[in-house]
Ligand binder design. Sequence first.
Ligand SMILES: C[S@@+](CC[C@H](N)C(=O)[O-])C[C@H]1O[C@@H](n2cnc3c(N)ncnc32)[C@H](O)[C@@H]1O
Length: 364
Amino acid sequence: MEVTQVLHMNGGTGETSYANNSLLQQKAIALTEGMREEAISSLYRSMVPRHLAIADLGCSCGPNTLFVISEVIKSVEKLCVELNHKSPEYQFFMNDLPGNDFNSIFKSLDSFKQKLSNEIHAWTGSCFFNGVPGSFYGRIFPSKSLHFVHSSYSLQWLSKVPGGVESNKGNIYMASSSPINVLRAYYEQFQRDFSLFLKCRAEEIVKGGRMVLTILGRRSDDPSSRECCYIWELLAMALNDMFCKGIIKEEQIDSFNIPQYTPSPSEVEMEVKKEGSFSITALEVFEVPWNGCDNWNVFDSELPNVSYDVTKCMRAVAEPLLVSHFGKAIIEDVFGRYQEILIERMAKEKTGFVNISISMIKTT
Ligand SMILES: C[S@@+](CC[C@H](N)C(=O)[O-])C[C@H]1O[C@@H](n2cnc3c(N)ncnc32)[C@H](O)[C@@H]1O
């Protein structure tokens, strides 16, 4: 599977679109507002740039893409009022893989700009938008051209399924039953990818520039721990049910592996230190319930709805990968079974996604 060609969230604004099923990711963005505000404010105070170049990497499409942008503008504009400065010119770069539905974003820009100027009193600032298709595991901007880089819920995706995972039989991701060489292969792929990501951004960000990343991760040192692997283990159960019923072949499951790695805080920290161009100013670990609500306690009567939403969220993320490997015909069946499994498990267990947010300053 060529990840850069296949991976994208479900586009458009329909029932199964990422735009309509990304509340959980929005929750994580909201919970990291303080970290972004600190980074952008101290960047502005230290440089007072007249032109501010900001990139969101793995922006996808839908409300989350523009939410971060509007928040950044509001933070800087508040500072400008406080310091009696003229507004800077903003240039936003929205990056994702080429399969992303960039058109949906572009179509919503006029109404977004209109809404923003209604919300920010007397704002007459200039704001320029650019779509940047390409993998963030490579150079996508000119040298020293960016002041602030943001990325949320994207860097857990690897550039490819690691080599040497053929022995991961019956699983579609790292699991407690995965052989040790599979866990090692996933970790080594993460190390290669994340260090390349840092090296590229180190070229592109100006000295004193800032970067805030939120990555789906784990607290435990064990890469196959439930806190990061369970959601995929349950999808593997749905697929294995379908194998037992003769709907799909065993080899199809054995040859399917999710190109993700959910690192621990120390694994992230280690790569940043090894690369050496950034200094970490803050690192936080927090959890968002699978149901995307503030409340972990969901009543039994609400469970079918809640698990329906989790299933739709996972479908918006994973459907293109599944279609490319198993074909379109099985999709309704897989997600129907997955939802039933999720209803049953979520009634019994506290389930959440662990997130790692890290704020850095470019020091060299
Ligand atoms: C779950 S979405 C997150 C979108 C948005 N940032 C949010 O928080 O809602 C992850 C996005 O990362 C993108 N992505 C994954 N690997 C990438 C890569 N190597 N380069 C650029 N984008 C990538 C995917 O295509 C997807 O749109």
